[in-house]
Design a protein around this ligand. Structure first.
Ligand SMILES: C[S@@+](CC[C@H](N)C(=O)[O-])C[C@H]1O[C@@H](n2cnc3c(N)ncnc32)[C@H](O)[C@@H]1O
Length: 267
């Protein structure tokens, strides 16, 4: 088992979206990303969807609501076990789960949508080309690839083998720039057709993550304030996303990374 696989097996027991320890933050991110993605990507009832590195299955469940079939794979068996359990609880019968690495995934099926969310940051540059060629091989003729990725805002950031106290493990990730992703995909025969930020500014999250001391994070009153802050931000996000001139300089000043939605089509 690779180091990365061991890492994710360990994470699978308590993993929430983007390693958030608080439900409020995980739910906010999930809700925001879901709303944004569904506005951009339109599904059809006969669509087949492939979710690579599906984690606990949030995208698989979303597409299973409106599409004929979803195949969802992850190399961490713990993640797949959780996703299967949740699929059963929610009554989905059109999701096929499998334990597989993105790099080894093989199927005779062709997919209208392939989603790879929060996974590419864990691959080295030299492996990305063959991985994306494999992804492209599994696309139906008019299929699209959706990639949700954390990117470096003005430069690539290399966080390899850094101990992360929040998750209690050494964590490695490569935050490439949006332009780097566009070029990498292009080399694999996939052209970028959409690239936008998910969250314009995340003040309530940032304050909670960075300023509130750990000992106070579970405080009832502070959590209520956080919930209200996130609610306000949820309504402000779509307005702000259309005002790039306003939030981009602010974002570039305070944050080094951001989460983006990319959509690629066959070149
Ligand atoms: C940050 S989580 C994202 C989970 C999910 N896609 C989402 O957006 O919520 C990354 C997931 O990718 C999986 N993963 C990482 N590298 C992988 C690989 N080489 N093959 C398959 N899955 C991988 C991990 O096990 C983990 O479940």
């Amino acid at each position: 088992m690779s180091e990365s696989q061991k890492f994710w097996e360990k994470q699978s027991t308590n993993y929430k979206t983007a390693f958030e320890d608080l439900d409020e933050l995980a739910n906010y991110l999930d809700k925001t990303e879901r709303r944004h993605l569904l506005k951009v990507v339109k599904t059809k009832p006969n669509f087949k969807v492939l979710d690579l590195g599906c984690g606990t299955g949030r995208w698989a469940f979303e597409f299973a609501k409106t599409c004929e079939k979803v195949v969802a794979v992850d190399f961490a068996k713990g993640m797949i076990d959780r996703a299967k359990e949740e699929a059963k609880n929610r009554g989905f019968t059109n999701i096929e789960f499998g334990v597989a690495g993105v790099e080894d995934f093989r199927s005779e099926e062709r997919f209208d949508i392939i989603i790879i969310s929060g996974v590419l940051v864990y691959f080295e540059d030299e492996n990305l080309n063959s991985i994306l060629k494999n992804v492209k091989k599994h696309l139906a003729p008019n299929g699209i690839v959706i990639s949700r990725e954390t990117v470096g805002i003005d430069k690539r950031l290399d966080f390899r083998d850094k101990f992360n106290p929040k998750i209690g493990q050494t964590y490695s990730a490569l935050y490439r720039t949006p332009e780097e992703y566009k070029q990498i995909f292009l080399k694999s025969g996939l052209k970028n057709i959409y690239a936008e930020d998910f969250v314009p500014t995340n003040f309530p999250m940032t304050i909670y993550r960075k300023i509130i001391p750990s000992s106070l994070k579970q405080n009832w009153a502070l959590r209520k304030i956080l919930q209200s802050g996130l609610l306000v931000q949820y309504f402000l996000d779509p307005i702000l996303l259309n005002q790039k001139w306003l939030y981009r300089p602010l974002m570039n000043r305070f944050w080094k990374i951001k989460s983006m939605l990319f959509v690629y089509g066959i070149n």
